[in-house]
Every structure is written in C-alpha cells, then in structure tokens.
Design a protein around this ligand. Structure first.
Ligand SMILES: [Zn+2]
Length: 102
C-alpha cells in the first residue's frame, strides 16, 4: 500500500472529487482509506447509552484507494507515489518533484 496513515490525499473520482483530507486509517483488507472530512454520511440514531441525546450522527465512510491520490507536501500537487530502495529501506517519493514523502 503506497498510501499511509497521516498522508494528505485528494479524491480524484466519484462524487467527492476534489475533496482533500488526512488519512486516518488504511484498511488493507478492503483496499480502502478512511479520510477526515471525505465521504461523510449522516445516520439517525436513537438515544442510547453511548449517545444519550440520540439524533443525527455524522461520520466518514472509507473510500476506495483507487479514488484517491496523495498530495505531495513539497509541490502541493496530487501525485503518484514512487518507491525506491536505499540501504534496504523502502522510500516513497513524489513522481512529480522527486521529493521524499515521509
Ligand atoms: Zn512533489
């Protein structure tokens, strides 16, 4: 998986196209990512112990990893992630400006 938790991404297709946000979770089994502020859905909940008020709960649903692109910190552009090996370590880099991605 080339995208990791903490990465800044932009949605490139679907109805949330153009939305940016940080990755909060990578779901390896389903190849999806959970991104703050992206793919928000509203759910009506009845009052419960967890939500004593009940009402409308807003939360994010994971989006397909194929629908997002990493936003490079250096050139601020959506980019593909390249991988190169140095001293046995895998390093990620921006294919647009070649800057390393943390
Ligand atoms: Zn870049």
């Amino acid at each position: 998986m080339k995208i990791k938790k903490g990465d800044q991404i932009i949605v490139i297709s679907g109805k949330h196209k153009g939305t940016k946000g940080p990755v909060v979770k990578v779901l390896l089994e389903t190849s999806k990512v959970l991104v703050t502020g992206v793919n928000k859905v509203k759910k009506h909940v009845k009052p419960s112990r967890e939500h004593p008020e009940g009402g409308i709960l807003e939360f994010e649903k994971p989006v397909n990893i194929g629908n997002v692109m990493l936003v490079c910190e250096s050139c601020k552009k959506p980019t593909k992630v390249g991988i190169r090996r140095e001293n046995g370590k895998k390093l990620r880099f921006c294919k647009k400006c070649e800057a390393l991605i943390k």
